[in-house]
Design a protein around this ligand. Structure first.
Ligand code: GLU
Length: 279
């Protein structure tokens, strides 16, 4: 990406007109189709089955599938993608410091995040939910959380929601959601709260069969965006065009079926969303 960006900058400065002539629309990564050796760095989660999961050298999940599709539309083959783990609290910084080009990591579009990064999408709509032990019938939804101990992740919208609106909940925050799982199983905490997509992915894992369940209905709207450098409207528009094509071609639905569908998760109302205008 740096090479391409530098070419774009040089070209626009009139310093490399011959290079500009080779490039169809310089200014974004892989503007000339992603020539040999060009890489794109994409931030994902590594510990969220059905969304972003790393097992050895294999990456799976909805975020990974949408990322691969979008990268291809930008001119990058799968082998040109360098994946980078992007925990919730680090996403804005990873983008601001150019450590990633794009982030697909269950990344909700919010006004406060928009102060530091821009978003393409949304490409999926989820909602905040609750994961409890299978034998716990005391938590049945957001109105039954008084006095309970909840676990979530620093820098996430669900942790913020609990801190802001549920003063009688004791909130334990970790760096990743998978760190909450042992605490839930051993009774140190009563529930994990985050997007229902993520929770469904954990509940469907073989090692937790019969041990965990989702409680109640989703109680927020989480619009999953593609994080990118603040103000890069050109790149944002290309990502939006790729998302739209993915939906229109049916590849979005296939990706859902293979990933969240395998965890028995049914996409809620509003899906598939139409990407918002880039600004
Ligand atoms: N979608 C929410 C967020 O962006 C929760 C999931 C996450 O932490 O990645 O904060």
């Amino acid at each position: 990406m740096f090479t391409k960006k530098m070419i774009a900058i040089a070209a626009s400065a009139g310093l490399a007109l011959s290079m500009a002539a080779c490039s169809q629309d310089a200014g974004t990564p892989a503007a000339d189709g992603g020539g040999a050796g060009d890489k794109i760095t994409i931030g994902i989660k590594y510990d969220q089955p059905g969304l972003g999961l790393k097992e050895g050298d294999t990456y799976t999940g909805l975020d990974v599938e949408v990322a691969k599709y979008v990268a291809k539309e930008l001119g990058y083959e799968e082998g040109d993608i360098e994946w980078k783990e992007s925990p919730s609290a680090q996403r804005e910084t990873l983008i601001e410091t150019d450590q990633v080009d794009l982030i697909f990591a269950t990344y909700s579009i919010t006004d406060s995040r928009k102060e530091r990064v821009s978003f393409a999408g949304p490409y999926f709509i989820a909602g905040q939910g609750l994961l409890v032990r299978a034998d716990d019938n005391s938590i049945t939804g957001q109105d039954t959380l008084g006095g309970k101990k909840l676990c979530s992740v620093t820098g996430s919208t669900p942790a913020q929601k609990i801190a802001d609106q549920y003063p009688d909940v004791e909130l334990q925050e970790f760096g990743t959601y998978s760190e909450c799982l042992p605490a839930l199983l051993n009774g140190t905490i009563d529930a994990i709260t985050t997007d229902d997509t993520i929770l469904a992915g954990y509940a469907a894992q073989e090692q937790y069969a019969g041990k965990l369940k989702l409680a109640g209905e989703p109680f927020t709207t989480e619009n999953y965006g593609v994080g990118l450098k603040k103000g890069d409207t050109e790149l944002c528009e290309k990502v939006n065009a790729a998302i739209t094509k993915m939906v229109d071609e049916g590849a979005w639905q296939s990706a859902i079926d293979e990933t969240l569908g395998a965890a028995d998760y049914v996409a809620g109302p509003g899906n598939p969303p139409t990407p918002a205008a880039c600004s």
